[in-house]
Design a protein around this ligand. Structure first.
Ligand code: NI
Length: 190
């Protein structure tokens, strides 16, 4: 397994919808293992394939990473995999929750989303499953499915909050350009 580089704000791939996974291949299995390792290393609660530059509709989640309160535990890190996840029902009530994102380091904002959802997806054995969920898992999955549609949580905050975040977002975009794009290639956006 290997740890993958997580794309940060300003990379066009984070705002591009991913394509459905057609079948489980050795490459997809390796991608899932690498994404799980990457998420655990970054202490994230979820990671979508688009965040590591692979435009495939799958994500890994681990709500326990947050419930553990950031303490080191001896418990082995677990994760769940959702392939081609689709929200087929949402509760009527939208509730606020503070969100962050591995692709937007240092930024947090309150986002309103349905408190419960029903999701249809395929598991790692390619079985179709449906599951109703609420609380943190429902929140994480909605955030990750947004990633697969090319949507970031900052796209869902209110106008005023978005205005407050604008400076931080500009800074992230600049940092990404100065770190990852050599000056000679600055005009060549892949
Ligand atoms: Ni995210």
């Amino acid at each position: 397994m290997s740890i993958l580089r997580i794309l940060t704000y300003g990379d066009d791939r984070l705002q591009t919808p991913a394509k459905a996974v057609e079948k489980i291949t050795p490459e997809i299995r390796k991608l899932i293992a690498d994404m799980a390792e990457t998420m655990h290393a970054a202490k994230g609660v979820g990671l979508a394939a688009t965040q590591v530059g692979v435009m495939a509709r799958l994500c890994v989640v681990n709500p326990e990473a947050r419930e553990g309160g950031g303490e080191e535990t001896s418990k082995p890190a677990g994760h769940r995999v959702f392939i081609n996840p689709q929200i087929i029902w949402t509760s009527d009530e939208d509730v606020p929750m503070s969100e962050g994102c591995l692709s937007l380091p240092g930024i947090e904002a309150e986002v309103f989303r349905p408190s419960a959802i029903r999701v249809r997806y395929r598991d790692e054995r390619w079985q179709v499953r449906e599951e109703e969920m609420s609380g943190l898992l429902a929140r994480i999955l909605q955030h990750e499915i947004d990633h697969l549609d090319g949507v970031l949580f900052v796209d869902r905050v209110g106008f005023v909050r978005r205005h407050v975040l604008a400076g931080q977002l500009r800074k992230l975009r600049k940092e990404r350009e100065s770190i990852f794009v050599p000056a000679a290639l600055a005009g060549d956006k892949g």
